[in-house]
Design a protein around this ligand. Structure first.
Ligand code: SAM
Ligand code: ZN
Length: 276
């Protein structure tokens, strides 16, 4: 997969453990194996994206397998979207600690699809953790607002539970390529949210509307199933990877601490969009 210089946008060429463009901007490989293409003056904070605790909680929770069926369904849609591409280029934007990215890599290999996969996240804690999942995926610390991949390169882009930036996401994609978006549906983790909030307000988030200038919705499906957490530790780990953990009142904290098991609903929308 070709990468673009975040400073001048020209192509980056690899020379050993270094990426360099024709204008002599150069980037070293991190010890863990990722490339840091996030320019420090473009950072909004010193340590942007998910912090180390959230990343650790997400890894611990996802590795328990409760979301494996969701990942399988994402991969089924991705394989369908890549039909007819011989060696596709794929980006997982906001890849976090790489759970879905590495399972997609496995699923594509099993289908005999030899893809170039890039996982990109603004959090260096997340990308460091992702490097442990696979050495074959190209891992980038970079901003989704300025994706360092040349225009018209990607056959597929995944955006799983991450903020949508339609213009920036469209840029590196080929015309007619697919964007696969996952976002919580109405009942996602409703049982946990009821322990935290007095009133559950419906979300008015509509990716179709947000993306409409650059993308058209091709297919949408809803993945819904129940799973059960059987320890206070698992409940706390799940909480730690959600944004709810940042907004807990002491009453809600107590409510959650009192639970030793919790039956939960996974309820997620998957949308496959086509880049116009
Ligand atoms: C809710 S997590 C989802 C992670 C992963 N897709 C998953 O489902 O396990 C959102 C991720 O988006 C990342 N993120 C936030 N702002 C970003 C940006 N501007 N560019 C790239 N990644 C960003 C965060 O660091 C975090 O890892
Ligand atoms: Zn450059």
């Amino acid at each position: 997969m070709q990468l673009a210089c975040p400073v001048c946008k020209s192509v980056l060429l690899q020379q050993g453990k270094n990426l360099c463009c024709e204008n002599k901007h150069s980037f070293d490989a991190a010890r863990q194996g990722y490339w840091n293409l996030l320019l420090s003056h473009k950072k909004r904070s010193k340590d942007p994206g998910d912090n180390a605790e959230m990343v650790a909680a997400r890894r611990q929770f996802l590795d328990k397998g409760f979301y494996r069926s969701l990942s399988d369904q994402i991969n089924t849609l991705a394989i369908q979207a890549l039909e007819g591409c011989s060696s596709p280029t794929v980006l997982d934007m906001g890849c976090g600690e790489g759970y879905y990215t590495s399972l997609l890599d496995n699923a594509l290999k099993q289908e005999g699809i030899s893809a170039n996969i890039v996982g990109l996240d603004i959090s260096k804690h997340a990308v460091k953790a992702a490097c442990q999942r696979s050495k074959e995926i190209t891992w980038l610390v970079a901003s989704g607002a300025d994706i360092p991949i040349p225009e018209q390169s990607l056959d597929l882009q995944l955006v799983l539970f991450s903020r949508l930036m339609p213009e920036a996401f469209a840029k590196p994609m080929k015309t007619g390529a697919n964007l696969l978006v996952a976002w919580p549906a109405e009942d996602h983790l409703i049982e946990l949210r009821k322990l935290i909030y007095k009133e559950i307000k419906p979300s008015h988030f509509s990716p179709e509307n947000t993306l409409k200038e650059q993308f058209t919705l091709q297919q949408q499906e809803r993945v819904t199933y129940n799973f059960k957490l059987q320890s206070a530790d698992d409940i706390n780990t799940l909480l730690g990877m959600t944004p709810h953990s940042q907004r807990l009142s002491s009453e809600a904290k107590q409510n959650i601490c009192n639970q030793n098991e919790l039956s939960l609903t996974l309820d997620v929308n998957l949308g496959l969009f086509t880049r116009l």
